[in-house]
Design a binder for this molecule. Structure first.
Ligand SMILES: NC(=O)c1ccc[n+]([C@@H]2O[C@H](COP(=O)([O-])OP(=O)(O)OC[C@H]3O[C@@H](n4cnc5c(N)ncnc54)[C@H](O)[C@@H]3O)[C@@H](O)[C@H]2O)c1
Length: 326
């Protein structure tokens, strides 16, 4: 297959390199000339284990990068991996993604065959119908051959390549059987010989699965931190308590280590975005709001604990495991 990937940031570069490794011809498109040049030199603009090797192998062969959308109509399917940063109220800024969606539509406006435009970016369910599908169709002059799908990405920074190539699940959000089949064809080389769960659904549900996934994990961490704080008050070992509850299959042993809280490029952005989207519908997501509140308080709690053990005045402190806030 020939796949175009629009946006060559964290997600776009990873999936473009991995699609090439799965045997597809890939055109990676970005407006940033420096990124395009780096990719064509076989180097990675981001640091991820295994990514340099994939780019070294496939750049100039199965993977080409460009700033032009010319390859889009020649391709079989297009993935949009454009950033969706947070606004001040927690909602996401769809501006760059909407512009790329419209430009993609324009590129395939005259196409006689069907073309699937797949949203890889994390977007709220209503925005697919209200913003993104209309942008693609507007660009494509309402060409009925163009369909919009959703295939959320669950990769973690630090293990992006292996997460993409060995996923727990794949979520195919399409509005027709043809769209679902096309996504199966894209991922066929990855599914062959692997026992991977595939969820077939509509684009809006696919978008919600991504938010529900991250909201659930963030809430689990906040709950564990809350329980860990209570353990400390009782002078009990929180790790011993968590190890025991992790033996319950319904809870699982993952994400049970109390600590400073969650951060990184996705959890804060995604939890705040789904809270903002729920409020838009006049729903008050009380558990998710508490999840954020506990997380905001947790660094202070760490400092209080530290003060119990060391005199902070003039101390040199090493911090392990830093994640960037979004
Ligand atoms: N970073 C992660 O770990 C992760 C994981 C899963 C999902 N996501 C989601 O995936 C999406 C992309 O995230 P990212 O971290 O890769 O973003 P990013 O900011 O690293 O990359 C976006 C890229 O898009 C390019 N771009 C912007 N407008 C363009 C246009 N019109 N045409 C072509 N290229 C354009 C930018 O130059 C940039 O290189 C977001 O919605 C994010 O929430 C991210």
């Amino acid at each position: 297959m020939h796949i175009t990937v629009i946006g060559s940031g964290y997600v776009g570069t990873t999936i473009a390199a991995c699609f090439a490794d799965l045997g597809h011809d890939v055109t990676a498109i970005d407006i940033d000339e420096e990124i395009v040049e780096t990719l064509n030199d076989g180097k990675s603009p981001i640091s991820e284990p295994g990514l340099d090797e994939l780019l070294e192998t496939h750049a100039g062969n199965r993977l080409k990068a460009t700033t032009s959308y010319d390859a889009v109509p020649e391709s079989d399917v297009t993935f949009l991996a454009i950033g969706t940063p947070s606004n001040d109220d927690g909602s996401i800024d769809l501006g760059a993604l909407e512009a790329a969606a419209e430009a993609t539509g324009e590129a395939v406006a005259d196409k006689d065959e069907r073309h699937l435009v797949v949203i890889k970016s994390t977007v709220t369910p209503p925005s697919i119908e209200t913003v993104l599908e209309p942008a693609v169709h507007r660009g494509a002059n309402e060409n009925e051959n163009i369909e919009v799908g959703m295939n959320p990405e669950f990769l973690r920074e630090g293990s992006a390549v292996s997460d993409f190539l060995s996923p727990d699940k794949l979520v195919f959000g399409a509005s027709s059987e043809w769209g679902t089949d096309r996504l199966h064809t894209v991922f066929e080389p990855l599914l062959e010989g692997h026992d991977t769960n595939v969820v077939e659904t509509d684009p809006q549900t696919a978008a919600m699965i991504k938010y529900a996934n991250n909201a659930f994990l963030a809430s689990k961490i906040s709950l564990v931190n809350d329980l860990g704080n209570i353990c400390k008050e009782f002078d009990l070992d929180a790790y011993e308590v968590m190890d025991a509850i992790g033996l319950d299959d319904r809870i699982s042993e993952q994400f049970l280590r109390s600590g400073v809280g969650w951060g990184g490029s996705c959890f804060p952005k995604d939890v705040n975005a789904i809270i903002a989207a729920a409020r838009e519908e006049d729903y008050d997501p009380a558990v998710l709001e508490a999840t954020v509140e506990v997380n905001d308080r947790q660094p202070e709690r760490m400092l209080e604990l530290l003060e119990d053990h060391v005199d902070l005045e003039g101390s040199r402190i090493a911090v392990l495991g830093l994640a960037l806030p979004c």
